[in-house]
Design a binder for this molecule. Sequence first.
Ligand code: PLP
Length: 454
Amino acid sequence: MDGFELNFEVLKRWDKDYIWHPFTQMLEWMKEDIIIITEGEGNYLVDINGNRYLDGVSSLWVNIHGHRRKEIDEAIKNQIDRISHSTLLGLSNIPSILLAKKLVQITPPSLDKVFYSDNGSTAVEIALKISFQYWQNLGHIAKKKFISLNNAYHGDTIGAVSVGGIDLFHRIYNPLLFPSYRIPSPYCYRCEFDFNYPSCNLACTDPLEDILSKNAEEIAGIIVEPIVQAAGGIIISPPGYLRKIYEISRKYNIIFIADEVATGFGRTGKMFACDHENIDPDIMVISKGITAGYLPLAATLTTNEIYNAFLGQYEEFKTFFHGHSYTGNPLACTAALANIEIFESEEVIKKIQEKISLLEKLLKNFQELEHVGDIRQKGLIAGIELVKNKENKEPYPIGERKGHRVILEARKKGVILRPLGNVIVIMPPLSISNDELNYLMDVVYHSIKKVTES
Ligand code: PLP
């Protein structure tokens, strides 16, 4: 290899010389010891030096059944022997056809059609463009705006950032964004109105009614992360919240977009978060867990009603002029089919209920920690919010990097995590065993204690 021995030191130098890492202050990265992953084994990652780490955030919320699942590996290998990629522009392929049919079966009954792309952000972008064009095609040309939530995260492309609500990530891009309406986040721990649930009567939904009662004629749709605002800090909406904003949206006949990129594929304890409150969205966006964490794939599902508004003679230009080079990639669709097959044959959703209860029990211990302000859980997703002062909920200054320090501590004990500011995120593969879950939470507990109490 150019006269170099390909060892850890060489690769570490090349990483720092050549890679610009996502969501990373590179000046900090340059000073840190890095981990180079070479293998996966079940729920563990193995680094170049042979160290094993429990994958506590599912390789950024994507892995579902563990790494190197035989059935998925083999399905992909078999597909490679046929073809790795052909386009969906003007052609079709078998895995994308079979997967589309399957996705329509497993998602809420309102959804009938599947538009593929390759990551969550583009799938959101597609949802926004379809919503906008739907109204244009029907002649409602004033309907151009979207409603989204404070603390929302829908991805990093400009459209997705336009409906984002995380100041830290999004503020700098303001001059590039299209205007949209914001409604409060259902963040009960830091309620924007200082109310308590349930006596609040879900007052945080009132602004939606208010905006729509005055401006519905210019609003195309609303985009929501159902039940869990994930990247905003694992903010879990109280029971009834999702249903209420869905019903208000229905009343004013706007498109309801459910962004299930993070919540889809079992993470919240049901196949989709919408299933918790019987939501029939007009559009659903899925990615991450769709291929069980194997390959990049996303899908934007729509109702027939929306799809039909795009039908017409070519010269009417109702066509959805959008597509990506890897749209409907056969390898990724094959991985997704194998993923769903495991969900069905192993009754994964049924099996994880016990682990969800175990996680709930383990999280109770965290209440006694001096700097744990709030503990939020839905299914196998949890967020532990660290605060400087538990009494008045004063947050740690972001520059103290408390969350980051906790995950570095956990790493010493063989656990990989990635925080969201002061929130420690727990999102293991659904295949995590009870023993592994016990270990994971024990390491998180002691890492928080060490960083915040010593
Ligand atoms: N939507 C939600 C709810 C997400 O959590 C994410 C990523 O975390 C995205 C969209 C963007 O997905 P991607 O990172 O694949 O572009």
